[in-house]
Design a protein around this ligand. Sequence first.
Ligand code: HAM
Length: 494
Amino acid sequence: MRGAIHMLVTTRLSSSFRPILLDFVFPCSPPCNFSIPRRLICAAATKANGGGGGGRSGSIVAPPLLTQDEDFQKIDVNPPKGTRDFPPEDMRLRNWLFNHFKEVSRLFGYEEVDFPVLETEALFIRKAGEEIRDQLYCFEDRGNRRVALRPELTPSLARLVIQKGKSVSLPLKWFAVGQCWRYERMTRGRRREHYQWNMDIIGVPQVTAEAELISSIVTFFKRIGITQSDVGFKVSSRKVLQELLTKYGVPEDMFGRVCIIIDKIEKIPIDEIKKELGFTGISEDAIEQLLQVLSVKSLDDLEDILGGAGEAIADLKQLFSLAEMFGYSEWIQFDASVVRGLAYYTGIVFEGFDRKGKLRAICGGGRYDRLLSTYGGDDIPACGFGFGDAVIVELLKEKDLLPELGQQVENIVCALDKDLQGAAATVATALRDKGQTVDLVLESKPLKWVFKRAARVNARRLVLVGKTEWEDGSVSVKVLSSGEQFQVKLSDLE
Ligand code: HAM
């Protein structure tokens, strides 16, 4: 779609004004979501050389913008499908959630990082046929570069680690809370725009890293009132599949693709899965056995199938023993069907789920020791998780655990006389300088209104600026919880 602005510019040449119609045509793809006044009339006066009028020779006087025929189109007041506004009540909940994400990360000694929401498209293109690739918001910018809104944070993190190179000392423990975009089918807890909390460890090859990451998520759940009877973690390792595929002679470069197909088991009919696996060159026999192994839910049974010597069993055993030591063994269970839908995982993978089985995955992560080399860097062992902001809110609603979060302002400062607005401003500044939050009443309002407002913003005190007290350098303070009222000098107001 293309849009156009017609500008009527009036220039003053010698002594007469001459109107000129300018048409600005701009490309707009995808179609713009805002309306433009169909006619923008703009008056410009250019002072002609030597002409009167007082302006400097040759200068352009800033044109006053006048709109005529204000035939604006009405806009849709809803945000685009799958995106959200955050009015104050929702923003309070978001801040509450993000503060917990951030506090838990800091409790574990992680440092906050961030990346641009807009990245080069190439960063997200991988060969394994992942769903995330088809969900990409991508476009060409004005410089003909292919760019995309990030669907996840991990590729950006990998890019930054490569860019930092040897200047950072390993291991890195980083966290981020960032907006992600996926053109998803909208279901409960899945949006097109969402936020993810990520914690990642770069440079630790041992399972101690995965164990700590799960511990941090458990810590988060406990803080917000979610217990092990509400949620759990299904844990497996990509090495289980790797060992099986090696046994059946499936080439290593097929591994990512096979994982992506298997991850769809609960989403598409099993015959489709078998057909897709067949395309990768796996024999029918091997497919049957593979699918059988995926239904295994105990480590002992897995050991019977794989034997006890492989890395998969060793890693998983170590993780379960560390879970005991961290104190969250009740939260985790082995489930061979967990493979995760992203091609880059190489070892332990895990997903948080609600035990009632009503919601999509709450969070998920795993080890991705070879992601960096896919971007041309040297591989460094890495693992991490992503935790969305949508499913957890659904879960909190289900459990009736959503916090009551009203607005919180400590003081309402109000002038009792409109001549005292300046004095009230001085009082507000004095309190704010002492770190107190103040809602200053900016208009003349009856006391009844002020009390109502105080209740609405959950104020602790009302500070009233009256003529007699102010002449004495004092104000009246009313403590709203007790009704206690007293006069205090401004310099003593704490
Ligand atoms: P993921 O499983 O694709 O993994 O997403 C992680 C979490 O983000 C999901 O479990 C869910 O909570 C949330 N999420 C994903 N898509 C949506 C959506 N459309 N709407 C709402 N929430 C969503 C990753 O993204 C990996 N990069 C995680 C990771 C970090 N692995 C290692 N480090």
